[in-house]
Design a protein. Structure first.
Length: 423
């Protein structure tokens, strides 16, 4: 099959790397891609939300399948665009409809979905800017810490956790005043859940599902989980506490109810579901949904996945995903993200990257890179994901950190404590 993969981050490089291993794959195009995907397929200079140009390209190149990496084109309706145009309807899109993508596009939509289908999650209320005083009154009823979430997409940075009412009031006002743009027009305020987080991933055809290897990512910029949230500073898979007993609870209470809920609500959904979970005294609860694979979790999940990813996508497209079994290697995969100076705030771009080819015993997935005058340069806040598969978490992290130190670019920063809470 000739496949068009949409996106330009570390997730897309990891997906491309895994898809390339499939005997079912013919040509692989990545739009727009990065300096890493350039080595696996053909980069296409079309942005991920330019649906008209993507459609014309798909027709011209006789594309057999579209795989959507990031959330923005899904929330904006790329699957609907292909279904609404006669010349594109025959091309399966791995990704939900615009309505289904509201599971990530609106935290209020997601919380209401969970409430309706008895899926365990934190108590919450949602407020718009004209109800700021009412929102403050609700905050006063909660115990600290306080969790505030911008309702819309905010590049993984729209969640704020603060310890005092005064900080909560200030953050609430900043969100309503445009801190996260239109994403903060509504704010979800919810009770704080104490426990260890993990990410679980399913592939669904809208009727059935398969569960992929789980992972744990690290959002905070600073070591020991301090500082502001980022899109993700590293990840580990498997997660030690996610044993069969716990994962049975995840499947029965969360994954199955979610897929059944999508079906009973008549929501067209073919693609990934990301379950952001927290282990509260041995019981899983949902923090959030995403409608695509996580980043940097994809980088570790793909390292452990033994199954043919393209075959799984084909089963999703054909509506027969229940015929597939997911196999994963037992070893531990880790990834350490190298980020630009200033991230997650304003950061530098265009810095030359050196020594990528001097790394050993790892795979370097490109997250925010480009090629300029024949030189690989930084092009994003998160730049490279140094990823390793080894027998133990200690061995994998040691190799990830050793190779992270080898790569050089001006202003490079990374967390050397990824996986610190799992040892």
């Amino acid at each position: 099959m000739d496949i068009l993969l949409i996106g330009s981050g570390g997730r897309e490089h990891a997906l491309a790397w895994k898809m390339r291993q499939s005997l079912l794959l013919g040509r692989l195009f990545i739009a727009p891609g990065n300096a890493g995907t350039l080595q696996i397929g053909v980069n296409v200079p079309i942005e991920s939300c330019d649906f008209e140009s993507l459609g014309k390209f798909a027709v011209r190149e006789k594309i057999d399948m579209v795989v959507v990496g990031p959330e923005e084109p899904l929330v904006k309706g790329i699957a609907d665009y292909f279904m609404e145009h006669k010349e594109l309807q025959h091309i399966p899109v791995i990704g939900p409809s615009c309505y289904g993508a509201q599971l990530e596009g609106s935290k209020d939509f997601a919380k209401e979905f969970m409430r309706r289908h008895d899926i365990p999650t934190a108590a919450y209320r949602t407020f718009s800017a004209d109800r700021e005083t009412e929102a403050q009154m609700f905050i006063r009823t909660l115990k600290p810490p306080y969790v505030l979430k911008a309702d819309g997409l905010a590049a993984g940075k729209g969640v704020v956790i603060v310890n005092t009412q005064e900080e909560a009031f200030a953050e609430l006002h900043e969100m309503f005043s445009g801190k996260f743009g239109a994403a903060g027009n509504k704010v979800v305020i919810e009770e704080f859940l104490s426990g260890i987080e993990l990410s679980v991933f399913a592939l669904t055809d809208g009727k059935n599902y398969v569960i992929l290897p789980e992972a744990k990512d690290y959002k905070r910029i600073g070591e020991n989980d301090t500082g502001p949230n980022t899109g993700g500073m590293g990840a580990v898979s498997p997660v030690p506490f996610a044993d069969k007993t716990f994962m049975d609870k995840v499947e029965n209470r969360i994954v199955r109810r979610t897929v059944e809920g999508l079906r009973s609500d008549g929501i067209d959904y073919k693609g990934f579901i990301f379950f952001g979970l927290i282990n509260v005294n041995g019981d899983p609860m949902v923090i959030e949904y995403n409608v695509r694979m996580g980043d940097p979790e994809t980088e570790v999940v793909m390292l452990r996945l033994e199954s043919d990813l393209v075959a799984l996508f084909q089963a999703v497209a054909d509506g027969v995903v229940e015929t597939k079994t997911v196999h994963a290697v037992p070893q531990t995969a880790t990834t350490v993200m190298l980020v630009s100076n200033g991230y997650p705030g304003n950061y530098d771009k265009g810095k030359p990257i050196e020594n990528i080819n001097d790394t050993t015993d790892c795979i370097v997935f490109h997250a925010g890179t480009a090629v300029k005058d024949g030189q690989i340069v930084t092009a994003g806040g998160r730049v490279l994901a140094v990823s390793v598969l080894a027998d133990t978490v200690d061995e994998a992290l040691a190799k990830s950190n050793r190779n992270a130190a080898i790569i050089r670019f001006e202003g490079k920063y990374y967390r050397s404590d990824i996986g610190f809470d799992l040892k």
